[in-house]
Design a protein around this ligand. Structure first.
Ligand code: FAD
Ligand code: SF4
Length: 478
């Protein structure tokens, strides 16, 4: 019988719910070696095709077995500039681990026998950061034939989330000058304002961004493109443009009472806590209200993150933890990473599956008091390939709560696209691109990441950004 993968150590639920310390700990050297040696070094390593950026998994794992950690780090960096980030937050159970030959067939996610590829990636990535391993730049003359214009072109990237950062890194590695314009005061996109530090510590994000700066990437913050500068101006000032605008506008339920006090969108709640330091109030001057009975609506990573942050804030504010997730399908359909669901349950979050809120009810002063909902069953498959929730007649019920967080999805931010008529968008406001080249409807303008739709994962955004960078290099050489 195949042994299960080596588990990474974790802070115990009791120890972690009163603070924002990282929950999953890194493999030590011994654990990394033991796990790496479980890899069969398959002749045809199918796990590589399970990784959207096609890291040479077999090679870097072999290098770990040889204690060549530096080699493993640079093998990953050839394909992925953010080993330490992806090693922490990639949904490996749907991707590379799912395709590892050791996973049991027929399981919806990777089974416990599959190699813990992401933990090994994190081990190698953190080794590189701890040892300050420096990148190498291929001078542009070696990689790009510039044609009649011999000067080095300058490319602008709008947005500093995983897509923008990745595209900038790929271009900078080829010696191309890149400047990133970011509307917020700190770079990182969702990695900075969405994902809590107990999953992705800020110093890891800083180190990965510093690596890009070492490659020569310049980052300008506090500038909103579409307001401070138009796309037209960028096209005049730069040789090519990459748009990595993300999907930062929250969807709401559009039900009665949704504007009562103490109903947050998960995006606002997480931004206040992660980017603006609400968890360190009063040291930081941006507190969030925190209720006694909190209901989070949604079943994705955003819902899990918001719920786990809320639970920690209750504990830190000396309130009895009481956070409940309402999700309209069943657990199997939840889009959140499996590990996050396990962690959420361990921490004491309660789950109500097959529940659809229909009204928020408030008190006379306009504060939320309860949620009216319907129970559901699963019906036919919908366009997303998941079974559609169908309300059960006569199943209405009320549940008391004094705070709700809505995490039912995010859509395109239209600040730039609404003032750039030539940029074609679809009915949701996502930019339309050629999915192979990432070209938009405007010559010299490319786009990738959540703003063009797709899976909505960090690695998928990076995969699109890499394609965009390749096309930009081709465009510059033509
Ligand atoms: P973003 O990360 O949204 O970055 C876009 C950036 O562009 C932002 O910084 C924004 O400020 C900037 N911008 C937008 N418009 C302008 C403008 N006009 N001018 C200047 N700057 C602009 N994925 C995973 O793989 N694993 C996870 O565990 C995971 N957890 C998640 C948790 C949460 C709470 C959320 C919200 C998402 C999570 N995701 C996760 C999804 C993942 O973070 C996104 O798919 C990814 O960040 C998309 O990258 P992006 O670069 O396209 O966009
Ligand atoms: Fe084979 Fe799994 Fe090792 Fe990939 S990680 S080379 S699929 S055993």
């Amino acid at each position: 019988m195949t042994k299960e993968a080596i588990k990474a150590k974790e802070l115990s639920p009791l120890k972690r719910i009163g603070n924002f310390q990282e929950v999953t700990l890194a493999y030590g050297e011994e654990e990394a070696l033991e796990e790496a040696k479980r890899c069969l070094q398959c002749k045809n390593p199918v796990c590589i095709s399970g990784c959207p950026v096609e890291i040479d998994i077999k090679k870097f794992i072999y290098q770990i077995t040889q204690e060549d950690y530096k080699g493993a780090y640079f093998t990953i960096k050839e394909k992925n500039n953010f080993a330490s980030i992806c090693g922490r937050i990639c949904p490996a159970e749907y991707q590379c681990r799912k395709t590892c030959v050791l996973t049991k067939t027929g399981e919806p996610f990777a089974s416990p026998e599959a190699i813990n590829i992401h933990f090994l990636e994190r081990f190698a990535g953190d080794y590189g950061i701890e040892h300050n391993l420096q990148p190498t730049v291929n001078r542009i003359s070696n990689t790009v034939t510039l044609g009649p214009k011999p000067e080095i072109p300058k490319v602008v990237v709008v947005g500093s989330g995983p897509a923008g950062l990745c595209c900038a890194g790929e271009l900078a590695r080829c010696g191309i000058k890149v400047v990133i314009f970011e509307s917020l005061h700190k770079p990182g996109g969702v990695l900075r304002y969405g994902i809590p530090i107990f999953r992705l510590p800020q110093d890891v994000l800083e180190a990965e961004i510093d690596y890009l700066k070492t490659l020569g990437v310049e980052i300008v913050t506090n500038i909103v493109i579409g307001r401070a500068k138009s796309l037209e101006e960028l096209r005049r000032e730069f040789s090519a443009v990459f748009l990595g605008l993300g999907a930062g506008v929250p969807y709401f339920l559009n039900i009665k009472g949704e504007n009562l006090c103490n109903i947050y969108s998960a995006n606002e709640f997480l931004t206040r806590v992660n980017l603006m330091g609400a968890y360190k109030f009063p040291e930081f001057h941006t507190p969030v209200n925190i209720g006694k009975k909190i209901i989070v609506i949604g079943g994705g990573n955003t819902a899990m993150d918001a719920a786990r942050v809320a639970l920690r804030l209750q504990k830190m504010n000396k309130k009895k933890p009481d956070v409940r997730i309402f999700y309209r399908r069943s657990e199997v359909e939840m889009p959140a990473r499996r590990l996050e669901i396990v962690h959420a349950k361990e921490e004491g979050l309660k789950f109500e599956f097959l529940v659809q809120p229909i009204e928020f009810k408030g008190n006379s002063k306009g504060w939320l008091g309860k949620i009216k909902s319907l129970r559901c069953k699963l019906g036919e498959l919908d366009s997303s390939g998941r079974r559609r929730p169908v309300a059960l007649p006569g199943s209405k019920f009320n549940m008391a709560c004094d705070m709700a967080i809505i995490a039912v999805g995010l859509g395109a931010n239209k600040i730039l696209t609404s003032v750039t008529r030539e940029l074609e968008v679809d009915k949701w406001g996502d930019i339309i691109v050629n999915s192979v080249t990432m070209e938009t409807s405007i010559k010299g303008v490319f786009a990738g990441g959540d703003i063009v739709g797709g899976e909505g994962t960090v690695i998928e955004a990076m995969s699109m950004a890499k394609k965009g960078a390749r096309s930009i290099i081709k465009y510059l050489s033509s």
